[in-house]
Every structure is written in structure tokens, then in C-alpha cells.
Design a protein around this ligand. Structure first.
Ligand code: NAD
Length: 369
């Protein structure tokens, strides 16, 4: 059965890196898989075409697709467009309307790039952790959220951290399920020492573990201590589950353990469909549209290609294909093939975006022989 993939390449380097993903998809289609790809617009390019950062027709397609793969949105061209239709609004609508509550950010260190890390090689060599961040609740969305004028020359800014049991249960379940197909360990992070939401988070994660996932090893850590441990001894972690705010920060810290922004994929998942069991899903590189290098063939396509590998694993139940694609990326890096962002202080010759894509497809082909 064909897999429906909606591709929203977006702005800036989005279409360039997505072009290389399409080569990879073409390879898998020629080797036994069946992806039906449809392209559409999101971000600034959608605003130029429809006056909206994502149109209703595109949203319909996203809701029906088996998975959505997004490049990047934004750029200086759209700095002055109205706030509600700015490019990022397209991304936020996708996340909201698809109800993508679980954000998965892997931090995996490829051996060939271990010297790019901000930490010593021995601390990051072989690192493979997954941060599962709650994405649709917590302090970014809680009400009231306002700046009040107190009338005495003072203002009061209020953000509300709020979590209901079901929100914690469903994100904890995602983390435990993912741990089962990894190293079977989950570390839950919150601030139960100073936040009521942290107390409930801790209780609910503990209960979900006891009821349904007792086979998984669970530990708890205060989020500030977790940040410290991430840079002290990151390899102690397998899956980290945490809320929206702490997850935002901890996943950026973890990202820098592995080197370049051009290497980092992500996935955002919704609840499983009652009839099919399929989760709505959006896959995208962590980086933005990189206007400074757009259109020059300099962008590293690996983050976007690894985002497709996540789609293989989490939407298409094709873990073997994902392993194969990740091994192809690993081989190309081990062979010394580098886009400009991966050259480092000692320099060398950079390949173009398209040459990097070609090298990965060639490595896939080699691996298949
Ligand atoms: P950015 O991630 O676009 O770029 C930061 C730096 O990293 C730049 O120097 C860029 O050249 C480099 N870089 C990023 N991706 C790269 C790649 N694949 N290969 C090589 N180098 C790469 O972040 P920014 O400059 O802060 O933002 C630029 C635009 O992107 C803004 O409009 C911002 O709003 C938008 N943005 C979008 C997303 C998204 O679509 N999810 C995320 C972040 C920023």
C-alpha cells in the first residue's frame, strides 16, 4: 500500500534541502517501498500565493496525509507582513490543528563529527538520546497570559503553567513506548520542589509507569539538575520526558552536544487514530530557513534527510529502512564528505547540497549491494 507523504518545503533553504530528500525517497521507491508525494506551500511562499501562511486546502491535505515533511519557513522578505499571517503562523497552525502534542528531538553524535561538540569527544562519542517534549500545553499556552497595567506606574506580566492529568499521561506513554524500542530507560524531568505542576507531573508519570510500563526503567530528576547532567555526563540518558518549557531549553542544550544545526532532525506526533492506530505526524529539521546561505547550494541537507528517517521509523513502521538511511549518512560522514557547516577550523573542501544528497543515495545503493 502506498504511503501518502505531504511535502511542504517552505522558504529559504527549505526547497534546497527537500530536493535531496526527494532523491532519497526516489531511491526507496526504486527499492521496494511506495511513497506518493504531494508538494504544497507553507510559510512565506504560501503568503505570497494565498495571503495565508498555510491555506485551508493545504491543511486538509495535511490532515489526510500519512505524514507531513516540512523544510523551513520564514525570512527577511516577510518581516513586515501582519503578525497573524507571518510565515511561522503556518507552522503553528499545523502543530495545533494536527494536535501534535509530542515533540521528539534526538541528539545523536556521529563519530565523524564528535570533535564538533562543545564537549570533549569522550563525553559525546556514541551519544544517542531522545528528548520527548510536551508541545501543546504548559506555560506557553496557559491562561491567563497577559501584561496587566497596575495603575501605579507598575505592570504585571503573567504566564500560567498548567497541566491536566491526561496531557501528562499521553506524553509519558509516548516516552515509555519509544524507550521500549531503544534502551528501555526513561528519565522524567520537572521542578516538583517549587512547582505544583511538577508535583502532578511526577505523580502521573509514576502512575502511568506502574500501570502500563513497569518493564521500562524510570528515573526522576529535577529539570535544573537534568540540565547540569546533560552537559556533565550526557550518555547516562536514553529517553528524557519533560514539559513544554523545560523541553524547549533542554532539547537545545542536547542539540549542541552533537555539533551543527544542519544535522538535527525532529518529529512531532499526535494521538493514535482510534480506527487505524496511525498518529498524525510532522517531521522537520530543527534549523530555520537560513536566508544567509539560501539559493547558494551551501545548505546541509542531512537534518532534513534524517527527519525523513524519523518518518520511516515512526509513521511508516520501517525501522530497517530508517537504520539503512542513518547508516548511509554515517558512512558519508566517515568518508569525509562535508558541507561547509561541517568543515570546522581545519578547513577542507565543501561539497554542495546536491553533492551531499548524491553521496547519501550512493551510500544507500552501496549498502543495498
Ligand atoms: P537558522 O536556523 O535559519 O540559521 C542559523 C544559522 O545556521 C545560519 O548561519 C545558517 O546559515 C546556519 N544553518 C541553518 N541551517 C543550516 C543548514 N541546513 N546547513 C548549513 N547551515 C545552516 O536560524 P535564524 O537565522 O535564526 O532564522 C532564519 C529564519 O528562519 C527566520 O525567519 C526564522 O524565523 C526562521 N526559522 C524557522 C524555523 C522553522 O521553520 N522551523 C526555525 C528557526 C528559525
Amino acid at each position: 500500500m502506498a504511503h501518502d507523504l505531504l511535502i511542504l518545503a517552505g522558504d529559504g533553504i527549505g526547497p534546497e534541502v527537500m530536493g535531496e530528500v526527494k532523491k532519497v525517497i526516489g531511491w526507496f521507491n526504486a527499492n521496494g517501498m511506495a511513497f506518493e508525494v504531494e508538494d504544497d506551500l507553507v510559510g512565506g511562499c504560501a503568503y505570497d500565493a494565498h495571503g495565508q501562511a498555510v491555506s485551508d486546502a493545504t491543511m486538509d491535505k495535511a490532515l489526510k496525509a500519512d505524514a507531513v515533511l516540512l523544510g523551513a519557513v520564514g525570512g527577511p522578505k516577510w518581516d513586515k507582513v501582519p503578525y497573524e499571517v507571518r510565515p511561522e503562523a503556518g507552522l503553528l497552525r499545523l502543530r495545533k490543528d494536527l494536535e501534535l502534542f509530542a515533540n521528539l528531538r534526538p541528539a545523536k553524535c556521529f563519530d565523524a563529527l564528535a570533535d564538533f561538540s562543545s564537549l570533549k569527544r569522550e563525553l559525546v562519542e556514541g551519544l544517542d538520546i531522545l528528548i520527548v517534549r510536551e508541545l501543546t500545553g504548559g506555560v506557553y499556552f496557559g491562561e491567563p497570559k497577559e501584561i496587566r497595567d497596575l495603575g501605579n506606574g507598575q505592570k504585571r506580566a503573567i504566564d500560567t503553567q498548567v497541566y491536566d492529568t491526561y496531557e501528562i499521561e499521553r506524553i509519558a506513554s509516548v516516552a515509555f513506548e519509544l524507550a521500549r524500542v531503544r534502551q528501555n530507560r526513561v528519565c522524567s524531568m520537572e521542578k516538583r520542589n517549587v512547582m505544583r505542576s511538577g508535583v502532578l507531573w511526577n505523580e502521573v508519570v509514576t502512575q502511568v509507569h506502574k500501570d502500563r510500563y513497569a518493564d521500562v526503567q524510570l528515573s526522576h530528576m529535577l529539570a535544573d539538575a537534568g540540565g547540569m547532567q546533560l552537559v556533565r555526563a550526557p550518555k547516562q540518558f536514553d529517553v528524557i520526558v519533560t514539559d513544554n518549557l523545560f523541553g524547549d531549553m533542554l532539547s537545545d542544550v542536547a542539540a549542541m552536544l552533537t555539533g551543527s544545526l544542519g544535522m538535527l532532525p525532529s518529529a512531532s506526533l499526535g494521538a493514535p487514530d482510534a480506527a487505524t492506530g496511525r498518529r498524525k505526524a510532522l517531521y522537520e529539521p530543527v534549523h530555520g530557513s537560513a536566508p544567509d546561505i539560501a539559493g547558494q547550494g551551501k545548505a546541509n541537507p542531512i537534518a532534513c534527510i534524517l527527519s525523513f528517517a524519523m518518518a520511516l521509523r515512526y509513521s511508516f513502521n520501517a525501522g530497517d529502512a530508517a537504520d539503512r538511511l542513518e547508516a548511509a549518512v554515517e558512512k558519508v560522514l566517515a568518508d569525509g564528505v562535508r558541507t561547509g557547516d561541517l568543515l570546522g577550523p581545519q578547513g577542507g573542501t565543501a561539497v554542495s547540497t546536491s553533492q551531499m544528497g548524491d553521496a547519501i543515495v550512493a551510500a544507500l545503493e552501496d549498502g543495498a549491494r
